[in-house]
Design a protein around this ligand. Sequence first.
Ligand code: PMT
Length: 436
Amino acid sequence: MPAASPARRPRVVLGVAGGIAAYKAVEVLRQLTESGHDVRVVPTDSALRFVGEPTWAALSGHPVSTGVWAGAAEVAHVSLGREADLVLVVPATADLLARAATGRADDLLTATLLTARCPVVFAPAMHTEMWEHPATRANVGTLRARGCVVIDPAVGRLTGADSGAGRLPAPAEIAALARAVLARAGSAANANGTGLAAGLMPDLTGYRFVISAGGTREHLDPVRFLGNSSSGRQGYALARAALSRGARVVVVAANVALPEVAGAHTVRVVSAVQLRAAVHAEAATAHVVIMAAAVADFRPVTRAAHKIKKSDGDPEPVALVRNPDILAELVAARQPGQLLVGFAAETGGPGADLLDLGREKLVRKGADLLVVNQVGDGLGFEVEDNAAVVLGSDGTETVIGRTSKDLLSHRVLDLVTARLAPADGSVIAVSDSTRR
Ligand code: PMT
């Protein structure tokens, strides 16, 4: 491992395989260089048929080569992988995945993959038939079992008129996932004061997470609702963090306007009742459920079929009925070995200590962990930052000071990881090659 220095920019090797989505990797490169990363691009020969060498060289500020013979004095086929903090392959074609899975070293990219000792993330893109082929499924399974992160492609329009699974996720979201991988290394390094901590490998491979995000809406009529201002940022940050550590992630998103997290399967819902159905359906096969969504405790007894008019006379009081407590239901129906995490948005108040409220809520809900976040003052809802005390059912209390939602997510996942049963020993069967 290279000696870490506090000033050092994180080093990313951006591998580009020969698929039409190579043009989108240009935007990934752009995003990463603009956020201060030192990016070396390693395309395959086929990738250069889609996007030429000058584009990669100009935007990365580094020379670009595809083979192991150029710049032999630098022994690039070894040094690039050794010195990287992250190797990110965008797009990963079926052929590249096959070559990586079988350990080929017939060009600079595959040689770099063999020498890398840092996290490796593949963002596949190909036609649906190729993605679903048993050979590709087996190669993906092999790479995941070795600790690589292979994100699922998005579902949508492909190269031609067809659509299906195999589309490259949005470049900005792939870059955000890369930053989440590096943020974990950065946060560990900050904790021990050593600069960037290389070599933090995925520790959630084989685990399946369900994460709720956003805020439910309880409609009074087709245009009005009772709701809250949750943006989904915290839930999406948790999803990104879990994916970056190798987990498979389903996000149940209530009214979230953010772009979908690259590699996650997103189920969209509006109301608490819909969120409940989606979470229960997905939780049956999940090792971890994190309820970061702000769920309405009440909903109107009736929903008017048409917009309620001002002219309809004096306003009627709105009769409300209690929504089911989804987290408490999950606890009651808990799968063996399953870990359940709640969030609590609290403002405190006269005579109401934040942590006392949290402790009472943890006991009432029965979760394993409750992330108590004080909202307001630039924290919690909508904003980029958060701060929390994580209460454990084992009596632990972990303070997480004000930080980004991405870093807070990694700290929460550290606490989750420490409490997880081994994936193999779990009674929750997850077949990596078939299940999303
Ligand atoms: O989305 P952002 O803008 O990033 O904001 C993030 C957040 C502030 C919304 C998030 O960090 C947060 O605190 N989410 C939980 C907010 C909340 O609803 O807390 P609560 O105290 O009302 O509920 C406690 C727990 O029970 C939560 O895990 C909630 O999902 C769950 N719950 C609540 C009500 C209900 N009927 N069923 C539930 O399962």
